[in-house]
Design a protein around this ligand. Structure first.
Ligand code: FHN
Length: 609
């Protein structure tokens, strides 16, 4: 009996020692003093970022236990994103666990996934190793809430890492700071029925670091660490800075996004932590003055949802990629594979078409810098890269000019050459270029090589020299007044840019009005038209050179269904400055998006300027 008591006493002591050691270890790893964020010289930073800036285009993969739910629970579809099912339907952890036996991705083929990404022109992949539900997609030694508990006894991260190495694609890991399952995570979710009675957030942070150590020492070089779920108030500046240092020490060449840092307001002496900014589901109107990457879904969900068929068109996706690059950013486009391990066909179809475009135009994206033009161009976007003493300007033409003349506004450089991509191996196919007082005018073939975005490579001498220019009448006498050149008077409406957007939007206040100032060299009568998108018909007034025109904006079906609408005839009698204004009509006004106003000279006055 005595022996038994001693054994019992002995094992209690051992357990207590082990617990104290674990506490000490986790606590030690959860240093919360305000550490100096890992410092490096600008040159070292640029070296570390260089492959990422060259890449411009990556694949985001949201794959986890939630994929087995496919966006529904007990037959009830969730209205939110697939990976937020547990939160949105307040599913208790103990019930959510019924997904575990359903996650058995027998059709998972890492080589195929990487082939699809590479074929689309994507240079890196970022895979969710753990999303907010806390389920680790790899066999962790720190928790049973991981892939070991499922029927799938392989390690998808190991297979993906090998496939990425094999095909020369960089591998990144997404890892959520927020954890709806771990008993020590705070704030505790009310539906977490497994949480411990005495949660210890520091112990959770020690666990989080333990997971990251497994990931950053077990799968070879990891190129990107994509943190997320940093917005709850338990995640402080100190913890973010400490975690940044911690993971940088494990893989010094790795790039870490800004979501490692807290969302709480920074205090004096604190600065944003992380190597790049991460706008989500939107493309900023201009660059962000630092490295940035827009992440975006192809439909409306990150994690797979069987009933989400709202897929973006290839046109929108390609133009988003171009738009990001033209503003000095990357585009991280998401796929949400099924629990079987398959990327949805609709995603694959789009990625294949994007890949075809990239095969012909990729040089205009990879390794490029932001446009030298202060504003988006009326006909599309521009990217650039230097070439010896020259600069290569890549003109991405979304809207091919009907009259075959493309104005590159304000560009003053000498042009060495201008030609369409892809450059044919045989004869030179140089485009005629003329210098006008408002920029360069390229004469283009009648048909656009690609209806989504055609690329013109213009080699100019020296760095770009772009001067501000007033809007002018074109040589064929027409005048284009684009949204981004409007003077906006009001506080509600604004110029929207990003992806397919290039318009005056949020015009919900009839007091707001817009005007354009432009130069007329040859007066005369003009047919006036506008490119408008509106979900309801409304009335507005045009004024120009002392005349007014009451106009009807049609219901085009939506704020993105743009149509060219004839508005009427107006006359400009004098050479020089003219001002055209658009004002809503009280009572008749309905919000509309306005892309541009066009003045086309009537036949009687048409002759080349
Ligand atoms: O809550 C997540 C969401 O599920 C998804 O992972 C996106 C992707 O960036 N990040 C968070 C929302 O901002």
């Amino acid at each position: 009996m005595k022996l038994l008591k001693y054994r019992l006493w002995g094992s209690c002591c051992l357990f207590a020692l082990a617990w104290l050691y674990a506490l000490a270890t986790h606590a030690a790893e959860d240093a919360t003093s305000a550490p100096e964020v890992a410092t490096e010289s600008t040159g070292q930073h640029d070296t570390r970022m260089s492959w990422w800036r060259e890449a411009r285009f990556g694949m985001f993969i949201h794959w986890g236990l939630y994929s087995a739910a496919a966006g529904a629970w007990d037959g009830k579809p969730t209205s939110g994103a697939g990976e937020w099912l547990m939160n949105d339907l307040q599913i208790p952890d103990s019930k959510y666990a019924k997904l575990v036996p359903l996650f058995d991705p027998e059709k998972f083929d890492a080589t195929e996934w990487v082939r699809i990404a590479k074929g689309a022109g994507m240079k890196y992949i970022v895979l969710t190793t753990k999303h907010h539900d806390g389920f680790a997609l790899y066999p962790s030694a720190l928790t049973g809430w991981c892939i070991k508990a499922t029927p799938f006894k392989r390690d998808p991260l190991k297979e993906l890492a090998a496939a990425c190495r094999e095909q020369g694609v960089k591998l990144g890991f997404y890892h959520s700071i927020m954890d709806w399952h771990h008993p020590d995570y705070l704030p505790r979710k009310p539906w977490n029925d497994l949480a411990s009675s005495s949660p210890d957030f520091s112990r959770y942070v020690g666990f989080l670091k333990g997971e990251l150590k497994e990931l950053l020492t077990g799968y070879g070089p990891i190129s990107v660490l994509w943190f997320d779920g940093q917005w709850e108030n338990t995640w402080t500046y100190e913890r973010g800075a400490d975690l940044y240092n911690y993971v940088r020490a494990l893989q010094p060449d790795m790039i870490i996004n800004n979501r490692v840092g807290t969302e709480q307001p920074l205090l004096a002496g604190q600065h944003a932590v992380g190597d790049y900014k991460t706008p989500e589901q939107t493309i900023p109107p201009t660059g962000l003055g630092t490295d940035w990457e827009t992440c975006m879904t192809m439909n409306n969900t990150w994690g797979f949802k069987a009933n989400d068929h709202d897929w973006k068109s290839v046109e929108v996706l390609v133009r988003n990629l171009v738009d990001c690059a033209s503003k000095g950013g990357n585009y991280l486009l998401n796929v949400g594979p099924t629990a079987e391990g398959l990327i949805p066909d609709a995603s694959i179809e789009r990625l294949q078409q994007i890949g075809h475009w990239m095969q012909l135009n990729g040089e205009a994206i990879y390794g490029t810098a932001a446009s030298p033009f202060a504003k988006p161009l009326a006909w599309g976007r521009c990217t650039q890269k230097s070439s010896g003493k020259d600069t290569l300007l890549y003109l991405h033409v979304f809207n091919w000019p009907a009259d075959g003349e493309l104005l590159v506004p304000g560009l003053k450089n000498r042009v060495e050459s201008a030609q369409l991509l892809p450059i044919p191996a045989q004869a030179q196919s140089l485009l005629p270029v003329e210098t006008a007082d408002d920029g360069l005018v390229l004469t283009l073939p009648k048909n656009a090589p690609d209806p989504i975005s055609s690329t013109i490579l213009v080699r100019i001498a020296g760095p770009p020299d772009v001067q501000p220019v007033a809007l002018q009448q074109r040589r064929n006498g027409s005048v284009l007044l684009p949204a981004n050149e409007a003077n906006l008077h009001g506080h509600t409406f604004k110029y929207e840019s990003g992806g397919a957007l290039d318009n005056i939007g949020y015009w919900t206040t009839p007091e707001d009005w817009a005007e354009w100032e432009f130069q007329v060299k040859r007066p005369g009568k003009f047919a006036v038209s506008a490119v408008i998108a509106a979900p309801a018909s409304g009335a507005f007034e045009l004024s120009l050179a002392g005349q007014t025109l009451r106009c009807a904006a049609p219901n085009t079906g939506s704020y993105t269904a743009f149509k060219s609408v004839p508005l009427g005839i107006m006359e400009v009698r004098n050479i020089g400055k003219a001002i055209l204004a658009v004002r809503p009509i009280e009572n008749g006004w309905q919000p509309m998006n306005l892309k541009s106003i066009q003045l086309t000279p009537l036949a009687t006055t048409t002759r080349s300027l």
